[in-house]
Design a protein around this ligand. Structure first.
Ligand code: 5GP
Length: 115
C-alpha cells in the first residue's frame, strides 16, 4: 500500500522535511493552521490510530518524543502547543496514513467547537 505521505517519506514528492529516523518522518503541513504546524508520520503505512497494534509500542512512543523534541527545536515548548491525531470520518481525518499534528506558535483557543 502506498499513500501521499509514503511518497513524501521516500522523497518521491517534495516536502519541507524537518526530521527523519528509522521509524518516523516529520515535515511541515502544506496548509499550516498556525506558525508551527508539523506532521509526524510513521515511515510504514498504518492507516489510522485504530490500526495500531501492540507491536507498534516503540513507534507510538517515538512519535510523542519526536513531537516534544521538535517543539523545543521550533521554540514553542515554553509557551506550549497542541498535538492532534484525527481518526477516521468523525475525527476529520483526510489522509489515511497515521500522523500526529504538532501545532503552536500562537494561542490555539478551545480544543473543539462545542455543539
Ligand atoms: P488530517 O485531516 O488527515 O488529520 O490531516 C491531513 C493534513 O495533511 C492536513 O493538515 C493537510 O494540510 C496536510 N496535507 C495534505 N496534503 C499534503 C501534502 O501534499 N504535503 C504536506 N506537507 N501536507 C499535506
Amino acid at each position: 500500500m502506498t499513500t501521499l505521505f509514503a511518497r513524501i517519506i521516500r522523497g518521491e514528492l517534495p516536502s519541507d522535511m524537518v526530521y527523519q529516523d528509522e521509524l518516523v518522518t516529520a515535515f511541515r503541513d502544506i496548509n499550516p493552521a498556525a506558525p508551527v504546524h508539523i506532521l509526524i508520520v510513521p515511515n510504514k503505512v498504518i492507516p489510522t490510530i485504530d490500526d495500531l497494534t501492540d507491536e507498534d509500542q516503540l513507534l507510538a512512543g517515538r512519535m510523542m518524543l519526536v513531537a516534544k523534541k521538535l517543539a523545543r527545536m521550533e521554540g514553542i515548548a515554553e509557551d506550549g502547543y497542541r498535538l492532534i491525531i484525527n481518526c477516521k470520518k468523525h475525527g476529520g481525518q483526510e489522509i489515511y496514513h497515521l500522523h500526529m499534528h504538532l501545532i503552536g506558535g500562537r494561542p490555539l483557543g478551545p480544543m473543539i467547537l462545542r455543539w
